[in-house]
Design a protein around this ligand. Structure first.
Ligand code: ADP
Ligand code: MG
Length: 262
């Protein structure tokens, strides 16, 4: 077996005296799609932000493809914080799409996608341009490339966000409730894009409240509660007849029918 692509060990994080992550251990292999579920406030977003090192964690480690993001080994067992430059290189291996779109409002769709390619990956402009076009086509936006974000629907903006993240060719893609801010009729088009990335073997951690989607897209479901991983397994193992009381409560709140059937 090859080493896991993402290896999280003993990860803890507190904000003030509130312990938000209480020791997370999680290993994710290349090509795995993990649906991360759990009640609001359970620490899902914080975990993703630690993986991308958008927040500094307190203890434990996060390895991306064997490399610790926060520190580098100096060889003699001591650790040194990484420079901004090293950090941004490692961070580029981890793509993230957020609940709110965070597109640059003054840049067109294609400019939003090319920016990281020229600035971070240092690709020549023409190459960046054609890669961005290809990705925007891939997410069904070939006719919107030159539109400004304000001229796009929420679903279209979110697809630009996905194109922008995958164009960077990250090793792993983190998606944080990317359909929660969308009108219901726009959810499907965004989930379809995620589904197609999953089929092509993109390694992903997908935080979602859409249980049908969690089950369909993920080959693994992880349930977090109060800063801990409480259940982890195949979608059918975790979601059908859950043994854990908190997971049962969580699922029955989302879908009262399940509770009635039990
Ligand atoms: P989830 O994404 O599962 O809803 P979060 O990771 O967003 O959970 O939040 C977990 C807990 O951490 C919540 O109690 C939240 O209020 C707290 N929290 C998150 N970010 C911060 C922050 N920057 N400062 C203080 N508290 C935070
Ligand atoms: Mg969240």
């Amino acid at each position: 077996m090859s080493d896991p692509l993402v290896k999280i060990s003993g990860l803890t994080k507190a904000f003030g005296d509130v312990e938000v992550l209480k020791g997370i251990d999680l290993e994710i292999n290349t090509g795995q799609v993990v649906s991360l579920i759990g009640p609001s406030g359970s620490g899902k977003t914080t975990l993703l932000r630690c993986i991308n090192y958008l927040v500094e964690y307190d203890d434990g480690s996060v390895l991306i493809d064997g490399q610790e993001i926060a520190h580098k080994d100096t060889g003699n067992g001591t650790r040194q914080p990484r420079s901004e430059r090293e950090l941004s290189a490692i961070r580029a291996q981890v793509g993230m799409v957020f609940q709110l779109f965070y597109l640059y409002p003054h840049l067109s769709a294609i400019e939003n996608v090319t920016l990281g390619l020229t600035k971070v990956r240092k690709l020549p402009k023409a190459q960046a341009q054609s890669m961005a076009e290809a990705w925007l086509e891939r997410v069904g936006l070939s006719d919107k490339m030159n539109n400004m974000p304000s001229e796009l629907s929420g679903g279209q903006q979110q697809r630009v966000g996905i194109a922008r993240a995958v164009a960077m060719e990250p090793k792993v893609l983190l998606l944080d409730e990317i359909t929660s801010a969308l009108d219901p009729e726009l959810v499907g088009e965004v989930l379809a894009v995620v589904q197609s990335l999953a089929k092509e073997g993109m390694t992903m951690i997908v935080v979602t409240h859409e249980m049908t989607f969690a089950r369909d897209v993920g080959n693994r479901v992880v349930f977090m509660d109060e800063g801990r991983v409480v259940a982890d397994g195949l979608p059918s193992e975790v979601l059908d007849n859950p043994e854990n009381e908190r997971l049962r409560t969580f699922l029955s709140r989302l879908n009262p029918h399940l509770a009635l059937e039990k």
